[in-house]
Ligand binder design. Structure first.
Ligand code: NAD
Length: 297
């Protein structure tokens, strides 16, 4: 068992993930640029380092959980790769663009470190309950080394392929999710216009060919699925701003790889408009309200 784990980025996701590693018996050396985040991590039993480079000293594994690719590359270029012991495994769990993920692997390899991109799905609830899904990209050896550690934070750990494959899987999945949530929202608004009840549409579509996760698990209208955010004022859940981030990452990747993703592009525009209107903190299923508002009376 790896004894010591550095954890950099102790925000909404990083804090509960680090807490689960402490609970599992690891010595966790945490660091965040925000002192309140460090204080919260100290409260759950992490040892707080004075800098990211200090956090990786003596660590077997270094995990990062940061907002974007630029910050991850800045971190990897900040001297932590030189401060760590040779062969330390660097796992980046942030959701970032595929190109930055591959560049991070390149920096780690040049410094003779092992590396993995391992973004997650499951949200803050999944991070707290240790039920996240990890999508990993990197070598077989790096994955084998990471898996037992990731298992303390998640329920499903999937090796998707080489460098960047975890990020690729994450944005492809979330592009499906963004598009399908808009489709389900449009169907409910059309049903309202046609005088069809929410429950009737749900009962038919959830057992017919329109069936999908956005409908059956995360239904965007109150009632049919009591646990969905629609029953709780569209409190996230998964915030629209984060959905927009992932859709934009998917479109960046589609452009650089030459994939024609017209619906992904349109979904990104729809969420962009929603977020620009000040709704970024609402759950992404609240997009149905924008569809309803755009419809004629
Ligand atoms: P967050 O903003 O709550 O946390 C990020 C933390 O990183 C902050 O505490 C910030 O201070 C810290 N940070 C920024 N730069 C740093 C640096 N150079 N060194 C140390 N710490 C630094 O964000 P979050 O919700 O925890 O999300 C983290 C990542 O997980 C993002 O990439 C996000 O897309 C992804 N993600 C989030 C969710 C979710 O539901 N919140 C779900 C899946 C994936």
């Amino acid at each position: 068992m790896a004894e010591t784990i550095a954890f950099i980025g102790l925000g909404n996701m990083g804090l509960p993930m680090a807490a689960n590693l402490v609970k599992a018996g690891y010595k966790v050396q945490g660091f965040d640029v925000v002192s309140a985040a460090n204080a919260a991590a100290a409260n759950v039993g992490a040892k707080i380092a004075a800098s990211a480079s200090d956090a990786v000293k003596g660590a077997d594994i270094a995990i990062s959980m940061l907002p974007n690719g630029r910050l991850v590359l800045d971190l990897y270029e900040s001297g932590i790769l030189q401060a760590a012991a040779p062969g330390t495994l660097f796992i980046d769990c942030s959701t970032i663009d595929v190109d930055s993920a591959r560049a991070a692997h390149g920096l780690a390899a040049a410094a003779k470190m092992e590396s993995l991109d391992a973004p997650v799905s499951g949200g803050v609830g999944g991070a707290q309950a240790a039920t996240l899904t990890f999508m990993a990209g990197g070598s077989e050896e790096a994955f084998a080394r990471a898996k037992p550690v990731l298992e303390h934070m998640g329920r499903k750990i999937v090796h998707c392929g080489g460098a960047g494959a975890g990020q690729a899987a994450k944005i492809c999945n979330n592009m499906i999710l963004g598009i399908s949530m808009i489709a389900v929202g449009e169907a409910f608004v059309l049903a309202e216009k046609l005088g069809l009840s929410h429950q009737a549409l749900f009962d038919v579509a959830s057992t017919s060919s329109g069936q999908c996760w956005a409908l059956t698990t995360y239904c965007p209208v109150p009632g049919p699925v009591p646990t969905s955010p629609a029953n709780n004022g569209y409190k996230p859940g998964f915030a629209s701003a984060l959905m927009l981030k992932d859709l934009l990452l998917s479109q960046e990747a589609a452009e650089s790889a030459g994939a024609a993703t017209e619906l992904g592009h349109h979904a990104a525009e729809i969420y962009q408009k929603f977020v620009s209107a000040g709704e970024g903190k609402m759950d992404f299923s609240a997009i149905i309200n924008a569809i309803r508002s755009a419809s004629s009376n």
